[in-house]
Design a binder for this molecule. Sequence first.
Ligand code: PNS
Length: 163
Amino acid sequence: MSLAICPGSFDPITLGHLNIIRRSAQIFDKVIVCIMVNSSKTKPMFTINERVEMVRKVVGRFPNVEVDTSDGLLAEYAKKYDGAVVVKGMRAASDFEYEFQMNLINKKINPGLETMFLTASEKYTFLSSSVVREMASYGADLTGFVPYEIIDEVKEKAKLWRQ
Ligand code: PNS
């Protein structure tokens, strides 16, 4: 059985993330969306539990996608699943350097671990969770940025987060 791990901080999940998850679910028998900590992102909007709930809400439509969390290293997490492939989205050349470095670090820790990159759909190349947080904090319309199921939740949270 082929297995993909889609890791990320998902703070919050965007339509760009969902596009990568959907395409991974078409390629692999099973996909685990793993909500992890990005230590460079120091001011999260949502708790891990809130992110899990939001991601579960929007991936419920895909029967072969599960949600998990880890506060450890991705390369260590992947050791639990023999043959699993990490799948990440690549939006632009600006993503490449960081992702290339992460890939090399992950390989040092877990040499058998492969990472595949799916190029972001053109309509989402501008999109990131940080753009969503910024827009939400100004009360902007989030249609077309985050899945409709979580729009109200992100807007509500943004009101508190900005203060
Ligand atoms: O959505 P993001 O913030 O770009 O996702 C980055 C993430 C969470 C996948 C990355 O920071 C990560 O792998 N975190 C877990 C800790 C880890 O393995 N760090 C890389 C080696 S130091």
